[in-house]
Design a protein around this ligand. Structure first.
Ligand code: 8NA
Ligand code: MG
Ligand code: MG
Ligand code: MG
Length: 303
């Protein structure tokens, strides 16, 4: 059953996973930088590019009642701030759009085939809130959202898997059914093989974290992180939000993005009532995020 509680859990999960995961990301220099800039003036944990782009996507969708690529590109560029830790190619692109370039002319400037970073996937849970019941509409709009910043087929495919996993979590499907459907939806062998491994790993009781890292990855490329996030959301489906977070923190690598995607899916399964209140009140703009989740839910009920 899809309900408002799940919408709030999904959006807040995304932001909490991101803000709590950010200090664990990367090497010692990045951690030092995050110590300096990772808190707001009133002591809340700052979220990073992952949540900012998710908020942009929600606001642009609510404004247009659709994914309007030009409006979305503009919205991304207007809220861009280097201090939120955007990926290098996305930073470059958003600065060009801010200067007045059309996104279509610059989205393949850095990489001829477009970026396959996980930047399109990290905002994909919001698309499942925009299109909670129509799978084809969800896939079409994942493509539209991803193309602006991540036109590479592997960047788009990672976003599609995260969006479909979130949609299935809202609907409360069994983990077996979710993985079967994701396997069916994979276009490339790289994702297909990872979903096959993930299906085994979710069942196995003694799987080691280093095996997950080796087989599914923990990097900033979409194929190195999207199935990893799906794995954690399913492995910890019947355990606490905080126990999932602590495992992802131990994984290392692109922790903010992997925990953001995993926590969004977990939140879509269980809803806000299963997330500790201290996690919610500790992060920047939690009230605004709850309001956006309410507006998205209301729109989904009206259509
Ligand atoms: P992106 O689009 O810049 O892609 C990330 C990286 O992936 C690129 O910089 C390349 O190294 C590589 N890459 C992507 N596409 C190609 C290609 N076609 N050919 C060769 N290499 C390629 O960034 P994004 O928007 O996808 O974001 C990815 C991650 O970066 C996110 O996790 C986000 O949180 C961020 N991030 C930031 C920091 C930081 O503190 N600055 C650290 C880690 C990750
Ligand atoms: Mg980030
Ligand atoms: Mg980061
Ligand atoms: Mg990241």
């Amino acid at each position: 059953m899809i309900n408002l509680d799940k919408y709030k859990g999904c959006f807040l999960g995304l932001a909490i996973g991101d803000a709590l995961g950010a200090p664990y990301e990367g090497g010692p220099l990045e951690r030092l930088l995050w110590k300096a800039i990772g808190k707001t003036r009133d002591g809340k944990l700052r979220y990073t590019d992952d949540t900012q782009m998710a908020i942009d996507l929600a606001e642009s969708f609510l404004h247009n009642d659709a994914i309007n690529q030009d409006h979305l590109a503009h919205t991304f560029s207007q809220s861009y701030q280097w201090s939120r830790g955007y990926g290098p190619s996305t930073s470059h692109l958003l600065r060009l759009i801010k200067k007045g370039k059309n996104w279509r002319e610059v989205n393949k400037k850095k990489f001829k085939t477009g970026s396959f970073g996980n930047g399109a996937a990290m905002r994909a849970p919001i698309l499942a809130m925009c299109f909670p019941s129509n799978t084809q509409a969800l896939i079409d709009n994942v493509n539209k959202s991803a193309e602006i910043t991540h036109a590479h087929p592997l960047g788009i495919e990672g976003a599609k898997l995260i969006a479909l996993a979130t949609q299935a979590a809202f609907q409360g499907l069994s983990s077996e059914a979710i993985l079967k459907e994701l396997h069916h939806q994979c276009q490339s062998t790289i994702y297909k093989d990872k979903i096959t491994f993930c299906t085994e790993a979710v069942r196995q009781s003694d799987i080691k974290l280093k095996e997950i890292k080796r087989k599914l990855g923990n990097g900033i490329a979409a194929p190195q992180s999207c199935v990893t996030a799906i794995y954690f959301s399913l492995k910890f489906r019947d355990q606490t939000f905080d126990s999932m977070l602590s495992q992802i923190f131990s994984l290392g690598g692109d922790v903010d993005t992997i925990s953001s995607m995993a926590c969004a899916i977990w939140g879509a399964f269980h809803g806000i009532k299963h997330i500790n209140n201290s996690n919610i009140t500790n992060i920047e703009n939690s009230k605004k995020i709850i309001t956006l989740a309410e507006l998205l839910f209301r729109k989904s009920q009206a259509s």
